[in-house]
Design a protein around this ligand. Structure first.
Ligand code: ZN
Length: 292
């Protein structure tokens, strides 16, 4: 085949200003499904301090009715021959109003990942491996029993980089559940058949991306290397939550080089309702072309 192909479920409004619904994409013999959990509002000028009000005047289609960028929050299910990998696990069953989140954020809401899993024909107990891009709250939400003792995955192995595990303050309730299940992975490691690690530090010290497939049919899971498709044309922009902004820029440029290779699609988990796409370039410059 010539590249990954997708099926989508469309809704009303601009896909750049709404959270993603459940979406599937085929990559060789792997089936990828985006599992929505919720969304986060990002204040554009605070999230990207180097942007200007004039810039956003021209990007109204990327902003919701309240003037925020919309970040989808969820996980990516990867299936092959009955086996299942889940990359990131959403925010969990919580709704945080804007006045209780940190200033660059508006509302942050999760809760629908179990229903999304069910719609994909899965339950948490049927997941073999949980892999994390990094261990921020909007990525680990359902992994460690956030919704009660029976809500989170039980049988899976849990994979993240060594630096992420070292820097993570494990909830006491998770300690016994995770005993013997934690694994570390680094650049080039294969964590699931057809899925290899690409280290992309900067947003956090141990941030990982995941390259799914091979040859002319690949999908790169970029995690929080980018939070908006607009960063394809502005990789030098600092994001408010990048721990090491200079390192984050280097990782963005590395990811963009990979995404420009033939047959390579991207998965931007926070990319509104355009989570699957290609990086293309025309007279208007580089941009994110959603897969439809
Ligand atoms: Zn995130």
């Amino acid at each position: 085949m010539t590249g990954p192909t997708s099926q989508t479920h469309s809704g009303a409004g601009s896909p750049f200003s709404r959270a993603s619904s459940l979406r599937t994409l085929t990559c060789g013999d792997l089936r990828l499904t985006y599992l929505p959990d919720g969304y986060v509002q990002l204040h554009p000028l605070s999230w990207f301090p180097e942007s200007s009000p004039d810039y956003w005047q021209d990007k109204r289609d990327h902003l919701d009715a309240e003037g925020f960028l919309i970040g989808s929050v969820g996980g990516l299910l990867v299936e092959q021959d009955g086996r299942a990998l889940l990359i990131d696990t959403g925010f969990g069953p919580h709704r945080i109003p804007a006045e209780h989140t940190i200033p660059p954020l508006g509302r942050l809401e999760g809760g629908s990942l179990p229903d999304s899993l069910s719609a994909a024909g899965r339950t948490f107990s049927s997941i073999d491996t949980i892999a994390f891009t990094h261990l921020h709250d909007d990525h680990v939400g359902w992994a460690f029993g956030a919704g009660g003792a029976d809500a989170g995955p039980v049988h899976a192995r849990y994979v993240a980089s060594e630096k992420e595990w070292q820097g993570w303050n494990m909830p006491r309730s998770a300690a016994s559940r995770l005993r013997g299940r934690i694994e570390t992975a680094g650049d080039g490691d294969e964590i699931f058949p057809g899925v290899t690690v690409m280290a992309t530090p900067g947003h956090t010290a141990g941030h990982l991306s995941y390259l799914i497939g091979s040859g002319s049919s690949r999908v790169l899971v970029i995690g929080d290397v980018m939070h908006s498709p607009l960063q394809v044309a502005r990789p030098q922009w600092r994001a408010a939550s990048d721990a090491d902004p200079a390192e984050a820029v280097r990782s963005r440029r590395r990811v963009l080089r990979e995404l420009r290779r033939p047959g390579t699609a991207g998965f931007g988990g926070h990319f509104a309702d355009v989570v699957f796409g290609n990086v293309t370039e025309d007279s208007a410059g580089p941009h994110w072309q959603p897969l439809r």
